[in-house]
Design a protein around this ligand. Structure first.
Ligand code: HEM
Ligand code: HEM
Length: 190
C-alpha cells in the first residue's frame, strides 16, 4: 500500500511544482463544505428529532453532504488525470509516507461519511432530496439493523474525519511555521 502511494507521488523531471487551479479550488471548496456540514450536524443533534425545524436542518445537511460526495468523486477523477506535485525531497521518507497515507484516508472519508449518512436515510425508508431539485436514487429498502449500523458508522467516521483534519491542519502549520518549505503555497497559488 505504502509503495503504491509513494509511487503515485514519485519525483520525475515532469513533476509539477504546484497543484492545478481546479485541484486547489476543489480542496478549499470541499474543506469549507465539510466545516459547514459538521457544524450543521452538531447543531441538528442539539435538539430532538421531533422538534419543529429538525427536518429542515436535516434537508440541508443531507443535500450539502451529497454535494460533498459528488465533488469528491469529481476531485478524485481530476487527480487521477493530473499529477500532484512531489513533496520536498528533504522530507523524511516516513513523513512522506504518513502524509500520503493521511491524504488517502481523507479521500476515503470524504466518500464514506456521506455514503453512510445516505444509507442511514434509505434504510430508514426516507428518500434523500438534493436541495429540492429531485431525489437521489433509492438503492436499498427499509432495513432496521442496517439503519442502526449506518447511524453509528456515520457518527464514528465523522469524528475520525474531524480528528484527522485537525492533524492535517497541524501538519500544514508545521510546514509553514517550522519547516518553511513552501508546502502550503502549493495549495494556495492560483
Ligand atoms: C461529508 C458530509 C457529512 C458530514 C461532515 C456529516 C456530519 C455529521 C455530523 C457531525 C453529525 C452529528 C453527529 C453526532 O451525533 O454527534 C451528523 C448526523 C447525521 N447526518 Fe451527517 N454528515 C455528512 C453527510 C450526510 C449525508 C449525505 C446524510 C444523508 C443523506 C447525512 C445524514 C445524517 C443524519 C440522518 C444524522 C443524524 C444521525 C443521528 O441522529 O443519529 N449526513 N452528520
Ligand atoms: C484549514 C484547513 C486546511 C489546510 C490549512 C489544508 C492544507 C493543505 C495543504 C497545504 C495541502 C498540500 C499538501 C501537499 O502539497 O502535499 C493539502 C492537501 C490535502 N488536503 Fe488539506 N487543508 C485543510 C483542510 C482540509 C480538509 C477539511 C480536507 C478534507 C477532509 C483536506 C484534504 C486534503 C487532501 C486529501 C490533500 C491531498 C491532496 C492531494 O495530494 O491529492 N484538507 N491540504
Amino acid at each position: 500500500m505504502a509503495i503504491s502511494i509513494q509511487a503515485s507521488y514519485s519525483i520525475s523531471p515532469s513533476s509539477p511544482t504546484s497543484y492545478t487551479k481546479v485541484a486547489i479550488a476543489m480542496h478549499w471548496l470541499i474543506a469549507l463544505l465539510i466545516f459547514l456540514n459538521v457544524s450543521i450536524g452538531i447543531y441538528m443533534e442539539s435538539f430532538p428529532k421531533s422538534a419543529p425545524g429538525h427536518d429542515a436542518v436535516l434537508f440541508y445537511h443531507a443535500s450539502i453532504g451529497s454535494l460533498i460526495f459528488m465533488l469528491a468523486v469529481f476531485r478524485l477523477i481530476w487527480r487521477s488525470t493530473h499529477k500532484p506535485p512531489a513533496l520536498p525531497a528533504n522530507m523524511a521518507s516516513w513523513q512522506q509516507t504518513a502524509a500520503h497515507t493521511l491524504h488517502w484516508v481523507l479521500y476515503s472519508l470524504m466518500l464514506l461519511v456521506p455514503l453512510t449518512g445516505y444509507m442511514h436515510r434509505m434504510a430508514g425508508g426516507h428518500p434523500v432530496s438534493f436541495f429540492g431539485l429531485g431525489y437521489l436514487p433509492i438503492l436499498i429498502g427499509k432495513n432496521e439493523p442496517l439503519r442502526l449500523l449506518t447511524d453509528s458508522l456515520h457518527v464514528c467516521l465523522v469524528w475520525v474525519l474531524c480528528i484527522l483534519v485537525i492533524g492535517h491542519i497541524g501538519a500544514a502549520l508545521k510546514h509553514r511555521l517550522i519547516d518553511r518549505d513552501g508546502v502550503i503555497q502549493r495549495m494556495l497559488r492560483v
